[in-house]
Design a protein around this ligand. Structure first.
Ligand code: SAT
Ligand code: MN
Length: 578
């Protein structure tokens, strides 16, 4: 269906007062901000507040509806024709039934409001891997966020032309009620319907909904991968090595993507902090592009110390606005505040708009939305249509015990198997209890748009299609000692771990074999100047790992698994039994 016809149909259903086609221009961004400041309301309050423009140029504060602060995984559905195709990892509803259920919610939901038509590209329009999309929304916050996070504007419409080949997203904030909130994916139609939330992952439909859930399914059919990954370059004295790293939400991907190396002689370049599309090039190597144009990162903990490059990015101020969502506000200076910035001011306004003096006055999942073009470490390869060649893949978890700081898989198949069983402690990025261990294969549990049993095989097959598949590594920055203190300093010191990874990809250093994989010889891991308990960081506790084995088994048995997974499982069990 052509764009205009689809827009008309959606307008017929939702009945907006006006329809506004966005062109992605600078003036348009200002006029949308103005609408958000002066006209549109959420819960009776303005959508945007202007912040101190001297200190935070072009920055605005947004307070969400208080019940709309994170992804809602229990209200997110992937509606393939068959339940089996969605798998045990997704909520499922028959597509017809889903539309019948949502139709009454969308009916007339934009009365008295404006429908913004947002044409946008995921990826450089010049890239064979990019995709053209159109999102409809009744939220100025979403319209502006998409300008920051995607390549919004005419290029997408030009790309689409008169074809019906584009990704469709219909979004309304509805009445914000979690009772009437649904994020519904229809992969067969490359279509998303989302209602009841304005939160990033629920409402910016180019992000998790398309670039991961729907794109992962396209990837299965077209031999590529859509992954929840950082893409970065690490330059040493001889060359730049590109890697990707998958970590669950709110586990430090943004900090990693632009880390400030503590070791001399290293330089980081940033390509992406959340999503990687991985394709096999004509030379049979793996290449990564970041389909996004911005960062949607967690504010609390972001500081001069943990991520100076992000503070610079946020303060740069160009014609892209910068949004702060649900941070606290220092009313005296009209600046955003969260734990991590300079000392706590005497008086604060918390994320809900109430006076506060607490360190927790920003919501733990409060976020910034900022253009990647403002990042001082942005890679010159960011716009390369081919992407960058990947030498190593990292799977990272947040675990206070069990998982060592770093280890390397024995080979591709072994690495994919261990990726399938990986687990991480939950965070506030989704409305769930935080700190609970859950299995999160490749950090994709909430984002894989089809049956994960098929996803595991797809990963294996991708390896077979490459000539020299990247080496696979596992990291855990979050291990703690008996006293509950982190064993690893993290942040800029993570370069020490990345250095080992690069040295391994270049064949410069050996490794020690353990039952779970290869760990560094301590002489090869540069820990100079740190006071580190290596034994604690690398301990592989037999009892803990026996329990881990049982947990992995219990998790994997919900899938119909191919033989290679069982083989790898048995081999791991027997190595651990020795
Ligand atoms: O889902 S978001 O993209 O809003 C943030 C995250 O959970 O990774
Ligand atoms: Mn994410």
């Amino acid at each position: 269906m052509k764009v205009e016809k689809w827009v008309d149909e959606c307008a017929e259903l939702t009945k907006p007062d006006n329809i506004y086609w966005c062109d992605g221009s600078e003036e348009e961004a200002y006029s949308l901000i103005k609408i958000g400041i002066e006209k549109e309301k959420i819960n009776g309050n303005p959508v945007f507040y202007e912040l101190n423009q001297k200190k935070w140029p072009n920055a605005y504060l947004h307070r969400s509806h208080p019940e709309d602060v994170a992804r809602t995984e229990h209200l997110t559905y992937v509606c393939h024709q068959e339940k089996e195709t969605s798998g045990p990892n997704n909520n499922w509803m028959d597509p017809k039934e889903a539309k019948n259920m949502l139709n009454p919610l969308f009916k007339g939901c934009m009365k008295g409001r404006t429908m913004y038509v947002l044409p946008y590209m995921m990826g450089n329009p010049e890239s064979p891997y990019s995709k053209a999309c159109v999102q409809l929304t009744d939220s100025s916050y979403v319209a502006i966020s998409k300008r920051i996070m995607t390549r919004k504007g005419k290029a997408a419409l030009e790309k689409i032309g008169s074809s019906s080949n584009f990704v469709k997203g219909l979004h309304s904030t509805g009445d914000f009620s979690p009772e009437r909130r649904f994020i519904m994916h229809f992969p067969d139609e490359s279509l998303v319907w989302s209602i009841g939330s304005g939160y990033g992952g629920n409402a910016l439909l180019g992000k998790k909904c398309f670039s991961l859930r729907i794109a992962s399914y396209l990837g299965l059919k077209e031999n590529w991968l859509a992954e929840h990954m950082v893409i970065m370059g690490i330059e040493d004295e001889s060359s730049t090595t590109y890697i990707t790293a998958a970590l669950p939400s709110a586990c430090g991907k943004t900090n990693l993507a632009m880390l400030n190396p503590s070791l001399p002689g290293y330089k980081i370049s940033t390509i992406g902090d959340d999503i990687a599309w991985l394709n096999i090039g004509s030379d049979k190597r793996l290449y990564a592009i970041n389909p996004e144009m911005g960062f949607f990162g967690v504010a609390p903990g972001t500081s001069e110390k943990t991520n100076p490059n992000m503070i610079q990015t946020l303060k740069k101020g160009t014609f892209y606005p910068t949004l702060f969502t649900n941070t606290a506000l220092n009313p005296k200076t009209n600046e955003p505040w969260w734990d991590g910035l300079e000392n706590i001011p005497e008086n604060l306004i918390d994320w809900k708009g109430n006076p506060s003096s607490s360190k927790e006055s920003a919501h733990p999942n409060s976020r910034f939305t900022v253009s990647i073009t403002q990042c001082p470490t942005l890679s010159p390869e960011f716009n390369n249509p081919k992407g960058v060649p990947i030498s190593a893949i990292i799977f990272g978890t947040r675990r206070s015990s069990v998982a060592p700081l770093i280890y390397e898989a024995f080979n591709w198949q072994n690495g994919i198997f261990q990726g399938c069983g990986m687990a991480s402690e939950t965070t506030t990025a989704a409305t769930q209890k935080a700190g609970v261990l859950r299995r999160d294969p490749m950090a994709m549990w909430p984002f894989c748009g089809y049956n994960m049993a098929d996803y595991f095989n797809h990963w294996l097959n991708m390896g077979k299609m490459m000539e020299n598949p990247p080496k696979i590594f596992f990291v855990n920055w979050f291990r703690k000692d008996e006293g509950g203190n982190f064993l690893w300093p993290g942040f800029s010191e993570n370069i020490r771990v990345l250095k080992w990874i690069i040295d391994r990809t270049k064949g410069k250093v050996g490794a020690k074999e353990t039952p779970i994989g290869l760990i560094p010889d301590f002489k090869d891991l540069d820990l100079r100047g740190l006071n580190i308990n290596e034994k604690g960081l690398f301990k592989i506790d037999k009892d803990e790992w026996q329990k881990e084995l049982a947990d992995i088994k219990a998790f994997l048995t919900q899938f119909k698994l191919a033989g290679w997974i069982e083989e790898e499982y048995k081999a791991l069990a027997s190595r651990l039994a020795k």
